[in-house]
Design a binder for this molecule. Structure first.
Ligand code: NAI
Length: 303
């Protein structure tokens, strides 16, 4: 008999997991679930992107083996468990689907409507959204109780934190299952209410915003800001290095979403400079350059 999906315990490792969106986050989440033992089906509207993501995960697993973090056998087994699927319908047998597609409410709502039709009634439907309301994502669904946020941080295979986000109508058993599952996956889940930006992105918005406003003022350059925060401030990366890693487009979409949700409160206003960089295609590491072009001189250590 198949194990129940939403007992208060973790999702059994035999339960297939679907991931929709094979970009930065989807690939990482697929890797985490495959290493934890689940058969993982990765879908993207761009089939080539899904195939590329499977190859990328393979490379990351090889690197983990080289660093002694994973055995050869475990890496090979995880690789075997991960496959790309071309049709969303192929996620029908999954007990959990995590979406990591574009941060756009209407697009995500359409996806949840499709997933509700395709997946079994007891399958959990989770979103990796950085900022959107879980209630809005579940709007119009017959079963909003199975929708929750499962918000990983970049890079998902490395960073332990996961926000488990409760909408007003999310079934508490679904939240318990996600918390237990995240723990089994080696993560540190923290429960959060579905308020704009949840916890981390709420705190982070003014941080990124002020960094951009300072850059716009011309008083200091990006390399210096990053070096100061990193080398003297104890941050692992400076704000612009982090934005380049996240993707300027993704970061901007989150800023806009939180700003709108707070009735355009100036504290959260997106930066015009960031908007210009995105319009110019400077999206960060994924396009080769973002705030940083890679050509800047490193600042001399401060005395
Ligand atoms: P990305 O731009 O790297 O990848 C998004 C992928 O989704 C693309 O491959 C695209 O083809 C695919 N896609 C778009 N619409 C689709 C649809 N309707 N059906 C199937 N596939 C579709 O984006 P990224 O950075 O992976 O972000 C994805 C989600 O994760 C967003 O909601 C974002 O806010 C969130 N997030 C991003 C973080 C980051 O650091 N980049 C951190 C935590 C959450």
């Amino acid at each position: 008999m198949p194990e129940p999906v939403t007992s208060a315990g973790a999702l059994a490792a035999t339960v297939p997991v679907g991931v929709v969106g094979a970009g930065t986050m989807g690939a990482g989440i697929a890797q985490v679930a495959a290493v934890a033992g689940h058969p993982v089906r990765l879908h993207d509207q761009d089939g080539a992107a899904a195939e590329r993501a499977v190859t990328t995960v393979g490379t990351h697993l090889d690197r983990a083996v080289a660093k002694g973090r994973l055995s050869d056998t475990d890496a090979a087994a995880a690789t075997d468990r991960l496959s790309s699927v071309t049709a969303l319908d192929d996620l029908a047998g999954c007990g959990l689907v995590v979406e990591a597609i574009v941060e756009d409410l209407a697009v995500k709502q359409q996806l949840f409507a499709d997933l509700e039709r395709i997946c079994a009634a007891d399958a959990v439907l989770a979103s990796n959204t950085s900022s959107l309301s879980v209630d809005d994502l579940a709007l119009g669904l017959a079963g909003p109780g199975r929708v929750a946020g499962l918000h990983f941080f970049n890079p998902a295979p490395v960073l332990p934190l996961v926000e488990v986000v409760a909408g007003a109508r999310t079934d508490p058993a679904v939240l318990d299952t996600l918390v237990a599952t995240a723990r089994r996956w080696g993560k540190t889940p923290v429960r959060a209410a579905s308020t704009p930006g949840f916890i981390v992105n709420r705190v982070a918005r003014p941080y990124y915003g002020e960094a951009f406003r300072l850059l716009e003022s011309g008083l200091v350059d990006a390399v210096t800001v990053d070096a100061m925060l990193r080398e003297s401030g104890g941050f692992r990366m400076g704000p612009f290095e982090l934005i380049d890693l996240i993707g300027l487009d993704v970061n901007l979409a989150v800023s806009r979403s939180v700003w709108e949700a707070f009735d355009r409160d100036p504290r959260f206003e997106p930066s015009p400079l960031q908007e210009r960089l995105v319009a110019d295609g400077r999206l960060g590491r994924k396009t080769g350059h973002g705030v940083h072009t890679g050509d800047e001189p490193r600042p001399a250590p401060s005395t």
